[in-house]
Design a protein around this ligand. Structure first.
Ligand SMILES: O=C(O)C(=O)[C@H](O)CO
Ligand SMILES: [Mg+2]
Length: 262
């Protein structure tokens, strides 16, 4: 049975950020994830987690200048120092939040020398992995589709799996977002089977509109059952834009409530 985490960067955005934790718990979630915690002191977020009995499933390393369109810096050759500092920042938050998994965004590299970006990405992710391993944490890498993030360095799940082979660290795993995976790779069942044992985190949204699972071209419930079959036991982040309000759209989760008895 999948275990779901509410993505607080996309769900419950009707509320201020810190109020979304309580709303997620009230809606039945046992865990949350979000893009970035850095605008708030870690202790303040930790208080919300413990107040509502929530687990922090995942968050991202600082991404560079998000407002200016940056989407990570791990593959940017002229930002290595900043990247290394960002690993320390993220690990400090992870410790306070009790969060095991950290997503490391590669960045947009379409206009850069590919070989230099590849080499930087490899050495930076190894650096992050080794620092994370000392703290007992896992690093995830997530391929993103070219419609949402044109020029992103990691452009398919297949490339993501090849990168895992190259990086060669046990604590670097694939972040399988079924929304991106259906767009970039398709053939989802075989993809999950091939990735077996190397999936560190899962996210879900319907393709192509990124609304509630079960409303798009992929049978998301079937894909989640495949993940169950291969033994994926981590959280599934609900990373979608509600079509008409967060709570109004949560009925797709009913079949998983009460131990799947509905
Ligand atoms: O966009 C996504 O799917 C993500 O999960 C990233 O963390 C943010 O770009
Ligand atoms: Mg995602």
């Amino acid at each position: 049975m999948p275990r779901f985490a509410a993505n607080l960067s996309m769900l419950f955005t009707e509320l201020p950020f810190l109020d979304r934790f309580g709303a997620a718990a009230a809606a039945g979630f046992e865990a949350v994830e979000f893009l970035f915690p850095y605008e708030h002191p870690a202790e303040e977020i930790a208080d919300r987690l413990s107040e509502h009995g929530l687990t922090q499933a995942l968050f991202n390393l600082p991404p560079g200048d998000w407002a200016a369109g940056e989407r990570g810096i791990a593959a940017l050759p002229d930002r290595v120092e900043e990247f290394r500092a960002s690993v320390g920042t993220a690990l400090r938050y992870a410790e306070v939040l009790g969060c095991e998994k950290l997503h490391t965004m590669a960045g947009i590299t379409a206009d850069l020398d590919r070989a230099a970006a590849d080499a930087t990405y490899l050495s930076n992710v190894r650096y992050a992995a080794d620092r994370a391993a000392e703290a007992g944490r896992i690093i995830t890498v997530e391929p993103l589709n070219p419609y949402d993030v044109p020029g992103y360095h990691l452009g398919s799940m297949r490339a993501g799996l090849e990168f895992l082979d190259a990086v060669d660290r046990d604590n670097v795993l694939l972040q399988l977002d079924l929304y991106h995976a259906q767009i970039t790779d398709g053939d989802i069942t075989r993809l999950i089977e091939r990735a077996d044992g190397r999936i560190g985190h899962v996210q879900v949204a319907a393709v192509p509109h990124r609304h509630e699972p079960g409303t798009g071209e992929l049978d998301d419930h079937y894909a989640l059952a495949v993940l169950d079959r291969v033994g994926y036991a981590g959280y599934v982040g609900c990373e979608y834009h509600p079509a008409a309000g967060t709570v109004a759209g949560l009925a797709w989760l009913d079949r998983y409530r009460d131990g799947g008895q509905r």
